[in-house]
Design a protein around this ligand. Structure first.
Ligand SMILES: Cc1cc2nc3c(=O)[nH]c(=O)nc-3n(C[C@H](O)[C@H](O)[C@H](O)COP(=O)(O)OP(=O)(O)OC[C@H]3O[C@@H](n4cnc5c(N)ncnc54)[C@H](O)[C@@H]3O)c2cc1C
Length: 385
C-alpha cells in the first residue's frame, strides 16, 4: 500500500462518497464533510449508467472515461449493501419518423465508436417490452447500458464508510485552510473548526466555486442545469411495467422510464437553465405526456414524487477533475472533482480512481489532462496542460 494519507472530502454526493470509499478501501484515513449527504443532484438522479445511449454529439471526448467508469462499476460495488444495480440493458425507442431519423444518426455514431447496439423491429421491441406503444417508429437495444439506484448507492456508501471508520462531519465547509507557502492543509468549517488533511478533495458539486481560499486565478465556471424528475408506483396488476430501462425520443424531446426493484419507476428528465429550483408544471406535464407516448400504461400509475435538482454543468459538458495550478505549479494538497453534469453517477468510480491515484502521487495519464479543473482559468488559457 502507498503511504497512508488523510483525505478530507468536501461534499457527500455520489462523487465525494465514491472518492472517500475508494480511498478508504486503499487503507487511507478519510473524513467526509457535508451538512446534508446525498441531498444534491444525487438525490434526483435516475442512475442510468449509460455511456452508449448517452453518447452526445461533441461529447465524444468523454466516451473513454464513461466507458472506463462503467467497466469499473462491479468492482466499485464490492462490499456495499443493496444498491439496486441492474444489468438488463436499455431499449431506445423513437416516436415518429423524425425521431427515428435522429436515433438512426445516434446509432451510426455509436457503431462508428465500436459500441454494441442492436437494431430491433417494432415486433422485437414489443416482445422485449410488451407495454411499449404499438405506434413507435423504431427501436434499438443497448445491452451494455445499465442502471443503479443513486439514493440506495449513497446510503450504502455512507454505511460502508462509517463501517470502515471514516469520519462523517455534518457541517458546511466554509474555506480551504492554507499554509504560508500556499499548500492546502485542510478545511475550515462554518463553525470555525479546522480539519487538517494531507489532501483536500473539493467534491461539493455546484458549491465548489463558492469556498473561500481557492487559488485566486482559478475559474470554476459551474452553472446549474435544472432537471425535473418523477417517481411513480406501478400497481401490482401492471408489474413489471417495463423490465429494461426504456429511453425515447418523442417529437424531438428525450424521456426515459427507469424501473426500480421496489415496484416504482423513475420518469425523467427535463433540462432547464431558467434558475427555477422547484419542479416546473410544464416540465411535469411534458414528462408524463412523452412517457405515456412510449408506454401508454404510464397513465395508470400513482404519482408519488416530483423532484427538481440542478446538475453541475460546465462550458464543455466535461468534468473538472484533478489538480489545479497556481503560479509555482500544482497547489499541493488540493484536488477538485466537480462539474459532472449529466454523468456524475456513471462517472463516480472513474472520479474515485483518479482522485485516489493522485492522492497517492501516481502520474496522471495524458488523456485526463483535458479534464483539468483549471482549464478555464485565465493563466491556463492557451496552455498545453
Ligand atoms: C434529474 C436528474 C437526473 C440525473 N440522472 C442521471 C443519470 O441517470 N445518470 C448519471 O450518471 N447522472 C445523472 N444525473 C447527474 C448526477 O446526478 C450528477 O452529475 C451527480 O449527482 C453529481 O454528483 P456530485 O456528488 O458531484 O454533486 P451532488 O450530488 O450535487 O452533491 C454535492 C454535495 O455537496 C454538498 N455541499 C455543497 N456545498 C458544500 C459545502 N460548502 N460544504 C460541504 N458540503 C457541501 C451538498 O450538500 C451535496 O450533498 C442526473 C441529474 C439530475 C438533476
Amino acid at each position: 500500500m502507498a503511504v497512508q494519507k488523510h483525505l478530507a472530502v468536501v461534499g457527500a454526493g455520489i462523487v465525494g462518497l465514491g472518492i472517500a470509499w475508494e480511498a478508504a478501501r486503499r487503507g487511507h484515513r478519510v473524513t467526509v464533510i457535508d451538512p446534508a449527504p446525498g441531498s444534491g443532484a444525487t438525490f434526483a438522479a435516475a442512475g442510468m449508467l449509460a455511456p452508449v445511449s448517452e453518447l452526445y454529439y461533441q461529447e465524444e471526448q468523454l466516451l473513454a472515461l464513461t466507458l472506463e467508469s462503467a467497466r469499473r462499476y462491479p468492482d466499485f460495488l464490492q462490499g456495499l449493501g443493496s444498491t439496486g444495480h441492474q444489468t438488463a440493458g436499455t431499449l431506445v425507442a423513437a416516436f415518429d419518423a423524425a425521431d427515428r431519423l435522429a436515433l438512426e444518426d445516434l446509432r451510426q455514431a455509436q457503431l462508428a465508436q465500436g459500441l454494441r447496439v442492436e437494431q430491433l423491429t417494432s415486433r422485437e421491441a414489443r416482445r422485449l417490452e410488451p407495454a411499449l406503444s404499438p405506434a413507435l417508429s423504431g427501436a434499438f437495444l443497448a445491452p451494455d447500458d445499465h442502471q443503479i439506484d443513486p439514493r440506495a448507492l449513497s446510503a450504502a456508501l455512507l454505511d460502508a464508510l462509517a463501517g470502515a471508520g471514516a469520519g462523517i462531519v455534518r457541517r458546511r465547509a466554509a474555506a480551504l485552510a492554507r499554509s504560508g507557502t500556499g499548500e492546502v492543509t485542510g478545511v475550515v468549517l462554518d463553525d470555525g473548526t479546522r480539519i487538517a488533511a494531507d489532501e483536500t478533495v473539493m467534491a461539493n458539486g455546484l458549491g465548489t466555486a463558492l469556498l473561500d481560499g481557492l487559488p485566486a486565478s482559478l475559474r470554476l465556471p459551474l452553472r446549474p442545469v435544472y432537471g425535473d424528475i418523477l417517481r411513480l408506483r406501478v400497481p401490482q396488476a401492471l408489474r413489471p411495467l417495463v423490465r429494461l430501462t426504456v429511453r425515447g425520443l418523442v417529437r424531438g424531446l428525450p424521456v426515459y422510464v427507469v424501473p426500480r426493484e421496489d415496484g416504482t419507476v423513475v420518469i425523467g428528465a427535463t433540462s432547464r437553465e431558467d434558475g427555477a429550483d422547484a419542479p416546473s408544471a410544464g416540465g411535469v406535464y411534458q414528462l408524463l405526456r412523452d412517457a405515456q407516448a412510449l408506454v401508454p400504461a404510464v397513465a395508470e400509475l400513482q404519482l408519488e414524487e416530483t423532484t427538481c435538482r440542478a446538475r453541475p454543468g460546465t462550458p464543455d459538458n466535461a468534468p473538472l477533475l484533478g489538480r489545479v495550478a497556481e503560479s509555482e505549479g500544482d497547489v499541493p494538497g488540493l484536488l477538485v472533482a466537480t462539474g459532472f453534469f449529466r454523468h456524475g453517477v456513471l462517472l463516480a468510480p472513474a472520479a474515485a480512481r483518479v482522485c485516489a491515484d493522485l492522492a497517492e502521487g501516481l502520474p496522471v495519464p495524458a488523456e485526463l489532462l483535458q479534464f483539468r479543473p483549471d482549464r478555464f482559468s485565465t493563466s491556463m488559457e492557451g496552455s498545453q496542460r
